[in-house]
Design a protein around this ligand. Structure first.
Ligand SMILES: Nc1ncnc2c1ncn2[C@@H]1O[C@H](COP(=O)(O)OP(=O)(O)OP(=O)(O)O)[C@@H](O)[C@H]1O
Length: 903
C-alpha cells in the first residue's frame, strides 16, 4: 500500500506457473521416476525461471523502466508453485492507450501458419477451461453455475480501456477455432498473454494490464493471510458412533504440499517488495523505546545523549539545521536520507531507492495518533513544540494542534461549523446550513443545537415579533423548507409541511411566460399536443426526440410556465443534476421520484401512497423528465409502476401526462465497466414502455444560428454519418485542436491558456461560461491544480476526513492510504481553493434551493469547516449560501475493494 501511495496504481499483473514438463526438470528425472517425486527439482527450476523473469522485467525493462514491484509465490492445491507479480512502471513509461496494451498483451489464438510455436504454446498453456455448458464441473465454476473468471469473454474488435479495472482485450470474432481438452474453443477462451514471454518461458504465463488497486489487495491477502486450515476429527469416524463423547476431538491442521515444504526448507524468498519500505519510528516526547544490557547502569544510560536520539528527534535536528529537509514530510525522509542505526543519525542517501512509512498509530492511542496525523501533514517540523504550534499559538496537545490545523474531525465538528457560520451572520443561510447538517451529519441531539444557536437562527425574525412561540414556529417552517428540498422533513428531526406548497410557490417570471409566443412551428405543434393531453384529450405519455440544440429545454420551459401560471403543478426533472438545474424548479429524477440508488431491475420508487410525495404526484398535471435517454429503463419503469399504484390505474404512468425527452446521439445510460451493448439494453428504447410512448420530433436546430459548422459536425457524429477511421474513430478538425507541445505539462498549459487567457482571472464570472471537459478524472485533478496555482489570491487547503464504512473498520488499512485514493465520484483528500475560484457541487444538497449535483458556485470566504459561496447558475443565481463539510461515500460498484467515507 505504501508503494501504491507513492508510485500510483499498478500497471501490470503477471502470473507465472510452474510447468512440470519443462525440459530442465524432465531431463533430470531418473528412469521411471515421476515428477511428483521430485519436489526439490520443481522448486529449484521454478525459482531459477522466476529469477530470470524478474531480471527481464526489472533489470532489462521488458515493459519499460520499473518504479516499483512486488511479487509473491504461492502453491496451488496440487502443489505446483506459481508467482504473482505486480509492476508499477515509471511515469514516463506508463502504458496508457488501448493501442499500447496490444503491444504487451494478446488474447487471441495466433495464426498457426505464421507463428506455429506460439500457436502450439497458446493451445497448451493459455486456453481457459472448457467450462460452462461445455464442462459444468470445471474447477472455475461457482455454485451459481458461472465461471469465476467470467469465461468465455465477449468478442471485442478493439481493445477497450476500462477505468479502474482490467481492460477488455481484443478478441476478434475471426472464426478461428481449436480443439482443446475435447471442446471446440475460440478467441473468447484465451487467457491474456505476452507472446514473447510465453515463448521464452513455455508455461502458463498470464499478463494483464491492470489499473485497479484491488489486485494489490489480492497480493496483500497472500502475503498476510493465514494458511488454509481444516478442522479434522482425531477419532476414527467408523467408531465415532460408539464414542459419542469423543466426536468433539477436532484438531486444526494444515496441508503443506511437498513443493511448498521444499521451498521453505531451501529458505527461498516467498515474497519481495521493491523499493523496500522503511518504517519510521513515532513516539511522544521522551517516550521512545531503548535497548541496553542488563549490566548497564540505568541512570547513566538516561544521561547519555546517544540514547535520547531517535529517527524522529533526528528528523527535527535535521530540519533545524538543513533547509533542504524543511520542504519534506517525515514519511518522505528515507527517500533522501538513510538512517545509521549504530550512530543514530540521518545521512544523505547515495543510491538505493527506499520509501518511508510512519509506524501505525490507532486513534485510541490518543496523542500518539494525533502526532502521526500532524507529521503526515506538516513539513519540516523542528521539534515537538513546533508541531504543537500553529499560527504562532502553541497548543497544549497534538490533538488541539491537529484540530486547529483543520486536520481532525473533532466530535465537536458540527458545533464548530455552526459557531464559525454564526460569525458570518446571514440568518437565512444559517438556517439552510442547519438543515444540511441535520440531514448529512446526523447530530445526536438536534434540539440542543437548536437551543444553542437559537439567536443566530432567529436573528431576522425576532425583529418582526416578540412572541417566542411564533418565532420558533417560523424558524422551524424555514428549516423545514430547506429539509424538504433534501427529501426530509422537520418532523424527522424535531417536529411538520408539504411538497405541494413548495411547488405551488414557484414564481413564473414574465420572461418565461413569453417563451410560448416564441416557439417555432415544430415546438408549437408539440406544445399544443401536450396541452391537449393535460386537458384530458388523447395520449398521455410522450417522448420528444430532438438532437442537441433543437430547443427541447426551451419547449419544456414554455410548458412549465403555462401550467404553473394556472396555479397547477408541473414537475420538472432531469436525469443529471446539470440539466435539472437549467429547468425552473428542476430536480433530478432520482431525488424527485425517490428512485432507489442502486436499483438494477424495475421495482418501485420509495414512495408510499400516504406520503407527501405521493400527494404531489397525484396533483401534478404534467411531469417532465429530460435526458430520459440517459436513465436506465428500470428507473422509468419504476416510475410507471409507482404512478399506476398511486393513481390506482392500469394506464401507462397511471394516466398522468408525462413528457420524456432526450437525444440518443448524446449519452446512453452509463453502467460502469460494462460494454455499449449493456448500455443499449438498459436504455429506454429496450423498455416494454417504448412502443406505448407517442413519439414527437424536433428537427430545426435553434442553436445552429450561432455556430452552424459545429452543430452540423456534432449532428453528423450523432447520426453516424461522419467519416470514420478504424471502426468508430473520428477525426477532430484541426481548428478545434490545441496541438501537443513536447510534454504533457506544457500541452495542458497551452490548453489552459487557450481557454482562460491570463485576463480571465480578473473576472470570476468568466469561469461560469467556459469549462475544460476531460475524459478522465486524473486530468481533472492535474488541470485544476494548475489553474488554481495561477489563480490570484490567498490559498486555502481543506483536508478531508476519511474513514472506512461500518463493519470494515477492522481492515488492515490506514487513513493515509484512504487519503490517497481518488475514486471517480469523490474529490481528492486535499482541496485547494482561492477566493473567487469556481466550484461544482457533487451532491444533491438542497435541490429546491438550487444546490444540486452539478450546481456551480464561486467561493467567497473560507473558514475551517464552512465555505461561503455564491450560486452562479440556474434560477438561484446570485444567492449566497454556506457549504459545510459533507460526508460522501465511495461508490459501492467501484473497483476499490472496500467502501469509505470522505468528509
Ligand atoms: N423558439 C426559439 N426561439 C428562440 N430561441 C430558441 C428557440 N428554441 C430554442 N432556442 C434557443 O436555442 C438554443 C438551444 O435550445 P435548447 O437548449 O432548448 O436545446 P436542447 O434541445 O435542449 O439542446 P440540448 O439537447 O443540447 O440540451 C438555446 O439558446 C435556446 O434559447
Amino acid at each position: 500500500m505504501s508503494l501504491v501511495q507513492r508510485y500510483g496504481k499498478p500497471d501490470i499483473f503477471l502470473t507465472i506457473t510452474c510447468n512440470p514438463a519443462w525440459s530442465e526438470i524432465v531431463s533430470e528425472l531418473g528412469i521411471n521416476e515421476i515428477v511428483q517425486n521430485r519436489p526439490d527439482l520443481t522448486c529449484r527450476i521454478f525459482r531459477a525461471k522466476l529469477i530470470e523473469l524478474k531480471d527481464l522485467i526489472i533489470k532489462k525493462n521488458f515493459f519499460g523502466p520499473v518504479a516499483a514491484f512486488a511479487y509473491v509465490v504461492e502453491f496451488q492445491k496440487g502443489g505446483l508453485p506459481h508467482a504473482h507479480f505486480l509492476i508499477i512502471l515509471k511515469e514516463s513509461s506508463k502504458i496508457t492507450s488501448a493501442e499500447s496494451y496490444d503491444e504487451y498483451v494478446a488474447a487471441e489464438i495466433p495464426d498457426a501458419k505464421k507463428h506455429p510455436l506460439l500457436f502450439e504454446l497458446v493451445l497448451k498453456h493459455m486456453m481457459h477451461g472448457p467450462c460452462g455448458e461445455k464442462n459444468p464441473k470445471n474447477v472455475c465454476m461457482n455454485k451459481k453455475g458461472y465461471c469465476k473468471s467470467r469465461y468465455p469473454k465477449p468478442y471485442c474488435e478493439y481493445t477497450i480501456q476500462a477505468e479502474d479495472s482490467y481492460p477488455m482485450y481484443r478478441r476478434r470474432n475471426n472464426k478461428i477455432q481449436v480443439k482443446v481438452r475435447k471442446a471446440i474453443l475460440d478467441n473468447r477462451w484465451v487467457v491474456p498473454y505476452n507472446p514473447y514471454l510465453l515463448c521464452r518461458f513455455d508455461c502458463h504465463l498470464n499478463v494483464e494490464i491492470c489499473s485497479s488497486i484491488s489486485s494489490v489487495k489480492y497480493l496483500y491477502k497472500y502475503i498476510y493471510k493465514d494458511h488454509d486450515k481444516i478442522a479434522f476429527n482425531l477419532v476414527d469416524t467408523e467408531k465415532a458412533e460408539l464414542f459419542v463423547d469423543e466426536i468433539e476431538q477436532f484438531q486444526t491442521g494444515r496441508w503443506i504440499s511437498p513443493p511448498e515444504a521444499m521451498w521453505r526448507i531451501y529458505a527461498f524468498i516467498l515474497n519481495e517488495i521493491h523499493p523496500s519500505v522503511t518504517t519510521l519510528q513515532i513516539h511522544l516526547p521522551h517516550k521512545h523505546a531503548i535497548t541496553f544490557q542488563e549490566s548497564q547502569d540505568l541512570q547513566k544510560i538516561l544521561s547519555f545523549d546517544f540514547y535520547k536520539r531517535t529517527m524522529l528527534t533526528e528528523f527535527f535536528t535535521l530540519n533545524a539545521m538543513d533547509n533542504e529537509t524543511k520542504k519534506i514530510l517525515y514519511k518522505q525522509l528515507p527517500e533522501y536520507y538513510t538512517w545509521d542505526r549504530q550512530g543514530k543519525f540521518w545521512s544523505k542517501r547515495k543510491k538505493q531507492k527506499v520509501i518511508g512509512r510512519i509506524a501505525l498509530a490507532n486513534p485510541v492511542e490518543g496523542e500518539r495518533y494525533y502526532l502521526r496525523l500532524l507529521l503526515n501533514h506538516v513539513k519540516g517540523p523542528t521539534s515537538f513544540t513546533d508541531l504543537q504550534t500553529y499560527q504562532n499559538i502553541q497548543y497544549k496537545s497534538f490533538q488541539d494542534a491537529a484540530i486547529a490545523r483543520g486536520l481532525l474531525d473533532s466530535d465537536n465538528n458540527i458545533n464548530e461549523c455552526l459557531a464559525e457560520a454564526a460569525i458570518l451572520k446571514m440568518s437565512n443561510a444559517f438556517r439552510r446550513l442547519f438543515a444540511t447538517l441535520l440531514v448529512f451529519c446526523t447530530p445526536g441531539n438536534p434540539i440542543a443545537l437548536l437551543n444553542k444557536y437559537y439567536n443566530e437562527l432567529t436573528d431576522d425574525f425576532r425583529r418582526d415579533t416578540n412572541d417566542p412561540n411564533k418565532t420558533l414556529q417560523v424558524i422551524l417552517n424555514s428549516i423545514d423548507s430547506f429539509l424538504q428540498g433534501m427529501g426530509k422533513q422537520i418532523i424527522d428531526y424535531i417536529s411538520m409541511p408539504t411538497y405541494v406548497e413548495q411547488e405551488l410557490s414557484i414564481q413564473v417570471s414574465e420572461e418565461e411566460l413569453k417563451l410560448v409566443s416564441l416557439l417555432n412551428s415544430d415546438q408549437r405543434t408539440i406544445y399544443d399536443t401536450i396541452i391537449k393531453s393535460i386537458n384530458c384529450e388523447g395520449m398521455t405519455a410522450f417522448f420528444i426526440d430532438g438532437p442537441g440544440g433543437t430547443g427541447k429545454s426551451f419547449l419544456y420551459r414554455a410548458l412549465l410556465a403555462t401550467i404553473r401560471n394556472q396555479k397547477q403543478i408541473a414537475l420538472a426533472t432531469a436525469t443529471s443534476g446539470v440539466a435539472a438545474s437549467i429547468l425552473p424548479g428542476g430536480r433530478t429524477a432520482h431525488s424527485r421520484f425517490k428512485i432507489p440508488i442502486n436499483m438494477k431491475e424495475a421495482t418501485t420508487c420509495n414512495i408510499s401512497k400516504q406520503s407527501t410525495t405521493a400527494d404531489l404526484l397525484r396533483r401534478a398535471k404534467l411531469i417532465i423528465w429530460d435526458e430520459a435517454t440517459m436513465a436506465r429503463k428500470c428507473y422509468i419503469e419504476a416510475l410507471d409502476k409507482t404512478l399506476q399504484d398511486i393513481m390506482e390505474s392500469e394506464i401507462i404512468f397511471g394516466g398522468k401526462t408525462i413528457v420524456l425527452g432526450g437525444d440518443f446521439r448524446q449519452i446512453l445510460p452509463v453502467i460502469q465497466g460494462e460494454s455499449e451493448d449493456v448500455s443499449i439494453n438498459n436504455s429506454i428504447v429496450m423498455s416494454f414502455l417504448w412502443p406505448h410512448l407517442t413519439k414527437l420530433h424536433l428537427t430545426r436546430n435553434m442553436r445552429a444560428i450561432n455556430d452552424p459548422d459545429f452543430s452540423e459536425y456534432l449532428l453528423r457524429i450523432g447520426n453516424g454519418e461522419e467519416n470514420t477511421i478504424k471502426q468508430n474513430w473520428i477525426t477532430i478538425p484541426k481548428k478545434m485542436l490545441v496541438p501537443y507541445n513536447q510534454t504533457e505539462e506544457a500541452s495542458i498549459k497551452d490548453l489552459i491558456f487557450e481557454i482562460y487567457s491570463d485576463t480571465s482571472y480578473s473576472n470570476e464570472y468568466y469561469f461560469v461560461d467556459v469549462a475544460i471537459l476531460t475524459a478522465k478524472n486524473e486530468y481533472v485533478e492535474k488541470i485544476n491544480n494548475m489553474i488554481i496555482d495561477q489563480f490570484p489570491g490567498q490559498q486555502f487547503d481543506y483536508y478531508s476526513f476519511d474513514s472506512l464504512v461500518g463493519s470494515q473498520e477492522n481492515m488492515l488499512i490506514n487513513t493515509d492510504f484512504l487519503n490517497d485514493l481518488s475514486p471517480a465520484t469523490l474529490l481528492p483528500h486535499k482541496l485547494t481553493l482561492k477566493e473567487n475560484c469556481p466550484v461544482m457541487l457533487l451532491r444533491n444538497l438542497d435541490p429546491s434551493s438550487g444546490l444540486s449535483n452539478g450546481s456551480r458556485l464561486i467561493c467567497k470566504k473560507f473558514s475551517k469547516n464552512v465555505i461561503d459561496a455564491e450560486i452562479v447558475t440556474g434560477n438561484f443565481k446570485g444567492t449566497r449560501i454556506l457549504l459545510p463539510r459533507i460526508p460522501l461515500q465511495s461508490p459501492e460498484e467501484s473497483k476499490i475493494p472496500f467502501q469509505f467515507t470522505r468528509k
